[in-house]
Ligand binder design. Structure first.
Ligand SMILES: NC(=O)c1ccc[n+]([C@@H]2O[C@H](COP(=O)([O-])OP(=O)(O)OC[C@H]3O[C@@H](n4cnc5c(N)ncnc54)[C@H](O)[C@@H]3O)[C@@H](O)[C@H]2O)c1
Length: 378
């Protein structure tokens, strides 16, 4: 199944790490460490193979992919030898990247995005295209009455002024072009009733939101432990120190608010109550893509005895995110082929703020994912 992966934010750290990683896997230069679809329990002939993936994408900057890959190698995010060995593959991807188009109205912009997607599919003889949002996190979007239904949205997009935030406009264009959609960011993406209606009409699946790669991943394992042992968590506070483009953007209070709310949801879901505390994100340019998360948990045991736990996570964000982007694209393309449409709550394993009412504990999410993958056929 020849599958296109169209990256929105294609010249960013997560996107370029995904592009380099997929080429390295195709040419067998690396092992698929970090790709859960390569685990024996999830391996499936229904998923597109590494050699069947074709990359394209939009961005608002023009930094060449090769230059970005060199910068990631210099920062220790990926091995420099891979960038040298894969220079031709990166040049091929460069030809498939486009500047984000703009029309006179948002309807015009959506038409031009959809045209880029259809051209990409036709030019490369692709069976289907998965659009993956890995662009800069947006501030929380203002509500608009046209978000409630597709007819109102279609009419409003043709008028003046913005109706949808950029992530939702991309989801609209993707669905219009018959593509599935994954939101790896905490932005609005497809999470609007009008877009759910469009996805159903176009019979395309979608998944999100916000890749679970670090502090929240650990929370989704530890919080169920406290719940299962009937230990009461009194407070849970986290501090995330992060550089890179994502860190710089999250220094903006509005984008930070979107991220922080998706990081805390897991605690309420897993514990059944919201303990005191919050999760903060601070920008530290010097540490680049290498994030440090430090969490302090205070909890209460038998007879009210107070105890505490701390953990420190040192992760390379793009190296943790890129294999999940590839997993998600393979799984969503296979779900599309299997006739699934609308939200895919079974992919909640991958997200901080999953769609639907699925479980929030990692182990239960894993079981749901394994059952989903087994049901994709061959
Ligand atoms: N790395 C992780 O572990 C992780 C986990 C969860 C979510 N995310 C999210 O993934 C996204 C990407 O992270 P990153 O580290 O690659 O950031 P980055 O800053 O390196 O890359 C973002 C890219 O998006 C581009 N962009 C901005 N607005 C755009 C638009 N409207 N259309 C198209 N492109 C646009 C930017 O020019 C940039 O190239 C962020 O939103 C981040 O919050 C990352």
């Amino acid at each position: 199944m020849r599958t296109g992966i169209w990256l929105v934010g294609a010249r960013g750290s997560v996107a370029v790490t995904s592009i380099v990683g997929a080429a390295a896997l195709r040419t067998r230069l690396v092992a698929p460490t970090g790709c859960v679809t390569e685990l024996p329990q999830l391996r499936s002939p229904a998923l597109p193979g590494w050699s069947e993936l074709v990359f394209g994408g939009h961005d608002i900057v023009t930094t060449p992919v090769l230059k970005k890959a060199d910068a990631l190698a210099a920062a220790g995010v990926l091995p420099g030898r891979l960038v040298v060995a894969l220079a031709d593959d990166l040049a091929t991807v460069e030809h498939e990247l486009r500047p984000l188009p703009a029309g006179d109205t948002q309807a015009g912009t959506a038409d031009r995005i959809a045209a880029d997607l259809s051209d990409f599919r036709d030019r490369n003889g692709l069976d289907r295209v998965v659009v993956v949002n890995v662009s800069t996190t947006e501030p929380v979007a203002a509500p608009h009455p046209a978000h409630a239904g597709l007819a109102a949205l279609t009419a409003a997009l043709a008028g003046p002024g913005p109706v949808l935030p950029p992530s939702a406009l991309v989801a609209y264009a993707a669905f219009t072009a018959g593509c599935s959609f994954i939101d790896f960011t905490p932005s609005t993406g497809a999470r609007l009733p009008a877009l759910a209606e469009l996805a159903r009409r176009q019979a395309v699946p979608y998944a999100g939101n916000d890749g679970k790669t670090g502090e929240t991943l650990v929370k989704s394992v530890l919080a169920p432990m406290f719940a299962l042992r009937n230990l009461r968590v009194r407070s849970w506070s986290g501090l995330n120190l992060l550089g890179g483009g994502d860190g710089a953007n999250l220094a903006d209070p509005a984008a930070n608010a979107a991220k922080v709310s998706s990081k805390q949801r897991v605690l309420g879901d897993a514990l059944g109550y919201q303990p005191e505390g919050t999760s903060r994100i601070d920008y530290v340019a010097e540490i680049g893509d290498f994030k440090t998360a430090w969490d302090l948990i205070t909890f209460e045991g038998f007879l009210g005895t107070g105890m505490r736990m701390e953990f420190t996570w040192h992760g390379c964000d793009s190296a943790l995110a890129a294999p999940l982007v590839l997993d998600l694209a393979r799984l969503t393309a296979a779900a599309h082929r299997a006739g699934r449409s609308g939200p895919l709550p079974e992919l909640g394993f991958f997200f901080k703020d999953p769609l639907g009412d699925g479980p929030s504990a990692l182990a239960e999410q894993w079981a749901a994912l394994a059952a989903f993958t087994a049901g994709l056929g061959s």
